[in-house]
Design a protein around this ligand. Structure first.
Ligand code: GTP
Ligand code: SPV
Ligand code: MN
Length: 589
C-alpha cells in the first residue's frame, strides 16, 4: 500500500523507547541538530550532496563510474583497532582471555566523559537498522546514533536501514543501542566498548569500518554471539554461497576465514572455463547467523544487505563479478585515483594511479597508492551472483562448514574433519597471518579460532562448548572442512591459483557431503587423493600437488603441541572434549 509522505508518522513518534534514548543521548552530546534517517533514496542523496559540498566526499568519474564516490578517512584511522576494543561484562571471566575487558561501570564512566558535549556544532543522526530480512524471525534490530554522515551512508548500504526497521523495533521495543561519535579522531581517545548484558555498544574516536559501522562486527558478531549462546544459535564470521552443480543440484556452504583472507572472493567466485555448467549464488560475504532447524539441519541467514569489501587484489582476472558490481553506486574508502578520476588499487590492472589514498600526487616512494585496507561499500543487489534466496526469512540450509586461514606453510589445500567434535577442534585451531584489516603488524601467524578471535563477545572456552552443544542438536549436521588457498613456495609464489579455481575444492567438498567423493585417511584428517579432485585445465605439476596436500608428521606434531598450549592459555572453561580430540590426533601421528 503506497502512503503519501504527509500521512507518514514522524520517525521520532514511532518507537517510544528509541525516542527516549535519543533524547537522553542528545542531552549528553549536545548536537546542534537531530536528523532521523528515513532511509529513502532522497534522504541518502541529500546527505551525500551535503558531504560533497563540504568537500568530505569526492565525486568520481560519473561517465565511467556512475554513482561512485571516494571518501578519504583520517590517515590514523584506517582499520579496526583490536587493542582498543573491549567486552564489558559484569564478571571478567565471561569476557574470557580472548577479549580485552573493562568493568561496565568503569567503561560507562570513561565513555560518558568522552561523549559529553562531543556533538556540539554537529548533527546527531538516528540510524534505525535491521540485521537480516525484515520479515525473518531470525533478524535483529538496532539503532545507531552517530555524528558521522559517512557512517550513515555506509549503514544505508550495509543494513536494512530507516523507517521499516524502526517500525519493526516498535513491535516489541527491543533493540541494540549503539552510540557512536568520531570525536576528534585522536587515537589516544578511541574506544570500542561492548556491553552484551545490556545489548549496548559505545564507540568513540574512529570513523572506520568495523569500529564505526556498529551493525557489523559490534552488533552482528560481538553482541549477537552472546545472544546466540543464550538462545541456541551461532553468530559467525562466515560467508555463505550457493553452488549449483552441472546436474542441477544446489547446495549451500558457509566458510569462516579471518579478515582479508578470502570470504568475499569465495562468496562470488566465477567457475573456471574447464568446469562448465556450475552456477554460483552469493548469499553473504562476511557474517552468517546459523540456526538449528526443525529438520535437523543448520540454516543460515546473512544479516547484512551489502558488502564492505577489500579493494586491493580485485580485478577482472581474479573476480569479474566484483568488478561489474563496483562499477556503479559504490562508496570507495581510501583507494587511489587515476588521472581520469577513476578509482584505482594494487592489482586492479587498469590505468595507473595519479593521486594516492591520502590525496597526494602518487610517488612510489610513499608506499602503496591505495591503502592496503582500502574498501568498497556496495549493495548486495549489484552482485551479478545475487539471488532472491538472500531474502528468504528462513535462510538457506548449510551442507558444509569450511574453516581456513592464510598460511604460507603447513596447512594443506583441503581436508575434512573426522566428526563434528574433531571439526570443532580443527576450527578452534585455525591460525592465520595477520592482515591490514586490523591495526598492527601484518603477516604474523596468530591463532584465530573460527576466524572469531576479534569478534567473539564471550569466553572462547564457553564458545567451543556452545559449538559442541549445537552439533549435538543437529541430526543432519554439516560436515566440517579446513582449506588454505595461501601456501607459498620458497620464492613466495602462491602454489594454488585460488579465486575461481577454488571451485575445484568446493566440488570435492560437495562430493564428500553427497557421500560419493573419495578420500584417504591422513593423520590430519581426510584428504583428497589426486584422482578425487577435478584438476583438468589447471596445469599443476605432481610435485606442487604433493606439496599442497601433504603434511609432514613432525610439523603436524609441533602444530598440535602449539594448539594445546594455546587452549591452555584460554583458561579453565575449554571443554575437555577438545583436549581428548587433541590427544587422539597426537596418537594418530
Ligand atoms: P574481510 O572483509 O576483511 O572479512 O575479508 P574477506 O575474508 O572477505 O577477504 P577478501 O575476499 O576481500 O580477500 C582479501 C584479499 O585476499 C584480497 O586482496 C583478495 O584478492 C585476496 N584473495 C582472496 N581469495 C584469494 C585466493 O583464493 N587466493 C589468493 N592468492 N588471494 C586471494
Ligand atoms: C574485517 O575486518 O573482518 C572486515 C572489515 O570485514 S571491518 O568492517 O572493518 O570489520
Ligand atoms: Mn570481516
Amino acid at each position: 500500500m503506497a502512503t503519501a509522505p504527509y500521512l507518514l508518522a514522524a520517525l521520532s513518534d514511532i518507537s517510544k523507547n528509541v525516542s527516549t534514548w535519543v533524547a537522553e543521548v542528545a542531552t549528553l552530546t549536545t548536537p546542534d541538530r537531530i536528523h532521523w534517517c528515513e532511509g529513502s533514496d532522497a534522504d541518502i542523496a541529500a546527505l551525500r550532496g551535503e558531504l560533497v559540498a563540504r568537500g568530505e566526499l569526492r565525486e568520481l568519474n560519473q561517465q565511467t563510474n556512475p554513482g561512485c564516490y571516494l571518501y578519504r578517512s583520517d590517515p590514523t584511522d584506517v582499520a579496526r583497532v583490536e587493542h582498543l576494543t573491549f567486552v564489558c561484562t559484569a564478571a571478567q571471566d565471561d569476557a574470557g582471555a580472548n577479549n580485552n575487558w573493562m568493568a561496565p561501570v568503569e567503561a560507562r564512566a570513561r565513555m560518558r566523559g568522552l561523549f559529553q558535549g562531543c556533538m556540539r556544532g554537529r548533527t546527531l543522526y538516528v540510524v534505525p537498522y535491521c540485521m537480516g530480512p525484515l520479515d525473518s524471525p531470525y533478524a535483529r534490530c538496532g539503532v545507531e546514533i552517530t555524528d558521522s554522515a559517512y557512517v550513515v551512508l555506509n549503514m544505508a548500504i550495509m543494513t536494512r536501514m530507516g523507517r521499516a526497521a524502526l517500525e519493526r523495533i516498535a513491535g516489541d521495543e527491543t533493540f541494540v543501542r549503539g552510540l557512536h561519535s568520531t570525536g576528534d579522531l585522536d587515537p589516544a581517545r578511541r574506544y570500542i566498548m561492548h556491553y552484551p548484558e545490556e545489548l549496548a555498544i559505545e564507540s568513540f574516536g574512529s570513523g572506520y569500518g568495523g569500529n564505526a559501522l556498529l551493525g557489523k562486527k559490534c552488533h552482528a558478531l560481538r553482541i549477537a554471539s552472546w545472544q546466540a549462546r543464550t538462545e541456541g544459535w551461532l553468530a559467525e564470521h562466515m560467508m555463505i554461497v550457493g553452488l549449483e552443480s552441472p546436474a542441477g543440484e544446489t547446495h549451500y556452504v558457509a566458510a569462516a576465514f579471518p579478515s582479508a583472507c578470502g570470504k568475499t572472493n569465495l562468496a562470488m567466485l566465477i567457475p573456471p572455463d574447464s568446469m562448465p555448467g556450475w552456477k554460483v549464488y552469493t548469499i553473504g560475504d562476511d557474517i552468517a547467523w546459523l540456526h538449528p532447524g526443525e529438520d535437523g539441519r543448520l540454516w543460515a541467514i546473512n544479516p547484512e544487505s551489502g558488502y564492505f569489501g577489500v579493494a586491493p587484489g580485485t580485478s577482472r582476472k581474479t573476480n569479474r563479478n566484483a568488478c561489474e558490481m563496483i562499477r556503479r553506486d559504490t562508496l570507495y574508502t581510501n583507494v587511489a585515483v587515476t588521472a581520469n578520476n577513476e578509482p584505482w588499487w594494487q592489482g586492479c590492472d587498469e590505468n595507473a594511479p595519479a593521486t594516492d589514498w591520502l590525496g597526494r600526487l602518487y610517488d612510489p616512494a610513499n608506499g602503496p597508492a591505495a591503502h592496503p585496507n582500502s574498501r568498497f561499500t556496495v549493495s548486495a543487489q549489484h552482485n551479478p551472483a545475487y539471488t532472491a534466496a538472500v531474502e528468504d526469512p528462513r535462510g538457506v540450509p548449510i551442507s558444509a562448514l569450511i574453516f581456513g586461514g592464510r598460511r604460507r606453510e603447513l596447512a594443506p589445500l583441503v581436508y575434512e574433519a573426522r566428526s563434528w567434535r574433531h571439526g570443532v577442534l580443527v576450527a578452534a585451531s585455525v591460525a592465520s597471518e595477520t592482515t591490514a584489516a586490523a591495526e598492527g603488524a601484518v603477516g604474523v601467524v596468530r591463532r584465530d579460532p573460527m576466524a572469531m578471535k576479534p569478534f567473539c563477545g564471550y569466553d572462547f572456552g564457553d564458545y567451543f562448548q556452545h559449538w559442541l552443544r549445537i552439533g549435538a542438536r543437529l541430526r543432519r549436521a554439516p560436515r566440517i572442512f579446513h582449506v588454505n588457498w595461501f601456501r607459498q613456495d620458497a620464492a613466495g609464489k602462491f602454489l594454488w591459483p585460488g579465486y575461481g579455481e577454488n571451485l575445484r575444492v568446493l566440488a570435492w567438498i560437495l562430493d564428500r557431503c553427497a557421500g560419493r567423493g573419495g578420500a584417504h585417511e591422513g593423520s590430519i584428517g581426510l584428504l583428497p587423493r589426486p584422482q578425487d579432485l577435478q584438476l583438468a585445465g589447471l596445469n599443476l605439476s605432481d610435485a606442487v600437488l604433493r606439496d599442497l596436500t601433504e603434511v609432514p608428521a613432525a610439523a603436524l606434531r609441533a602444530e598440535l603441541v602449539g594448539v594445546r598450549s594455546y587452549l591452555d592459555s584460554l583458561g579453565p572453561r575449554v571443554p575437555s572434549a577438545l583436549y581428548e580430540e587433541l590427544e587422539a590426533a597426537l596418537q594418530r601421528l
